[in-house]
Ligand binder design. Structure first.
Ligand code: ATP
Ligand code: MG
Length: 439
């Protein structure tokens, strides 16, 4: 810690045999937000997540959740918080192979001691939310990978926890299924409004899902902002190189690049008449779009007229204008280099923006071992629910089990490689970690 505070780098510590997995990561996750943590393999994402649910204790700093500092709780209190208020969705599903879909979905409730009839009812509801109505009696190995992960999602939703932690939850799914799951999550989030911390190494996924995105590198959060912040104002060369292939026309929105209405007044409409008022401008505009309209949808109207496109807010109030030159300038700047576009105001990004980003790296995390749940965790059908949850079983502790088989059958991975430079074989346990987080 002292060395880190004194400015030592992760590599310097590593040379001495210590891995600082997460360093000086301070951020806040607001209620109802999807907060994405993105970074390459070994950047510290999973370590960070395990500190958020108290499975790992930070070496320094605090983790505040719901008014409590998790680092000060007793193991028993922590388990209670974890079973009642936090749900986890794993990359490799972590289903019990010998339990039906319904029983898997009800598992978290069983741990909470919810009576059977009620937990089955709630598990039914959660499965329906996750799109698995009618599959309750099936066994996990009868389901495709995507469907198994829906069970994982249903299990997390069934407990009605406020905080959902999702570690590469969609990374094992093939691209189309993955996209479906992203859509489903966004759709569910509209009504459920959970607080979600979603880990991914996929920029495309981060931009689609994240209300905010924290980019991690070598244990540090190098940028924390909206998708637009990151695209338009990358905090350093690393982030800039990460995002260079993102299709900005699908992530940036009219609201992010619009100019003041005042700046277009006085211009001429298509007939050469001066647009002296906002009303005249709006009437003359080739199109009126909302602030969250992606730039890709502005090209057609912009090319159809010399009058800027009008931008309105949710209440249909005129809030700005996008002149063609502005549209081209923003994209031109991005083309020229990845330097921040001058004067582009920060705006929240539409979660619906659909960037077609080329992924800097699409790989399977090495340390995510197949079985998050071991048979030891499984209790006889009539046993009293215990404190052991899938969350308690860290991937590193996982032993090869039957769950392995489930894993493999559902493991439709993208067949990706992994970056060698971010990982070394001789890493020691996380040592210099400091996390201050809250939800
Ligand atoms: N239990 C452990 N023992 C030793 N080293 C560890 C342990 N857990 C994490 N590390 C090291 O800490 C660093 C961060 O690991 P972490 O698993 O948090 O990364 P990650 O961003 O989740 O990577 P991935 O995308 O591969 O899952 C890595 O260098 C890793 O090797
Ligand atoms: Mg990980």
């Amino acid at each position: 810690m002292r060395k880190l505070e004194g400015g030592a780098t992760r590599d310097e510590l590593r040379a001495e045999g210590t891995t600082a997995a997460v360093i000086d990561a301070s951020f806040t996750v607001d209620e109802g937000q999807i907060f994405v943590v993105m970074g390459l393999s070994g950047s510290g994402k999973s370590t960070l997540l395990r500190m958020l649910n108290g499975l790992l204790e930070p070496t320094a700093g605090s983790v505040r959740f719901d008014g409590q500092d998790l680092t000060t709780l007793s193991p028993k209190e922590l388990r209670r918080v974890r079973s009642q208020k936090i749900s986890m969705v794993f990359q490799h599903f972590a289903l019990f192979p010998h339990r039906s879909v319904l029983e898997n979905a009800a598992y978290g409730l069983e741990v909470q001691g919810v009576p059977k009839a009620e937990r089955q009812k709630r598990a039914h509801e959660a499965l329906e939310l996750a799109g698995l109505k009618g599959w309750e009696k099936s066994w996990p190995d009868e389901l495709s990978g995507g469907m198994q992960q829906r069970v994982g999602l249903a299990r997390a939703l069934a407990t009605d926890a406020d905080l959902l932690l999702m570690d590469e939850s969609f990374s094992a799914l093939d691209p189309l299924i993955r996209r479906d799951m992203q859509d489903q999550l966004l759709e569910l989030q509209k009504t459920l409004k959970k607080t979600i911390v979603f880990i991914t190494h996929d920029l495309n996924e981060a931009m689609r899902l994240g209300d905010r995105i924290a980019v991690m590198r070598d244990g540090r959060v190098v940028q924390n902002g909206t998708a637009e912040d990151i695209l338009v104002r990358p905090s350093n060369d690393y982030v800039a190189s990460f995002i260079q292939d993102v299709d900005r026309t699908r992530v940036l929105t009219a609201g992010a690049i619009m100019t003041d209405v005042a700046s277009v007044l006085g211009g001429k409409d298509a007939d050469g008449t001066e647009m002296s008022t906002a009303e005249r401008f709006r009437a003359a505009a080739p199109a009126t779009v909302t602030e969250d309209t992606p730039l890709v949808d502005l090209f057609a109207p912009c090319s159809a007229s010399t009058v800027p496109v009008a931008v309105v807010d949710a209440a249909d109030e005129l809030v700005g204008a996008v002149p063609t030159q502005r549209l081209l300038a923003v994209l031109g700047e991005a083309e020229a280099d990845t330097a921040p576009a001058a004067g582009v105001p920060a705006q929240p990004t539409s979660a619906d923006a659909k960037p077609e980003a080329k992924q800097p790296e699409d790989k399977q995390p090495e340390d995510a071992k197949p079985a998050d749940v071991t048979p030891e965790d499984k209790q006889p059908e009539d046993a009293k629910p215990t404190d052991v949850t899938p969350e308690d079983a860290e991937p590193a502790d996982a032993k090869p089990t039957d769950a392995d088989a489930v894993e493999k059958s559902g493991d439709d991975t993208t067949g990706d490689g992994k970056s060698a430079d971010d990982k070394t074989g001789d890493d020691k346990p996380a040592d210099g970690s400091k996390v201050i987080a809250g939800a």
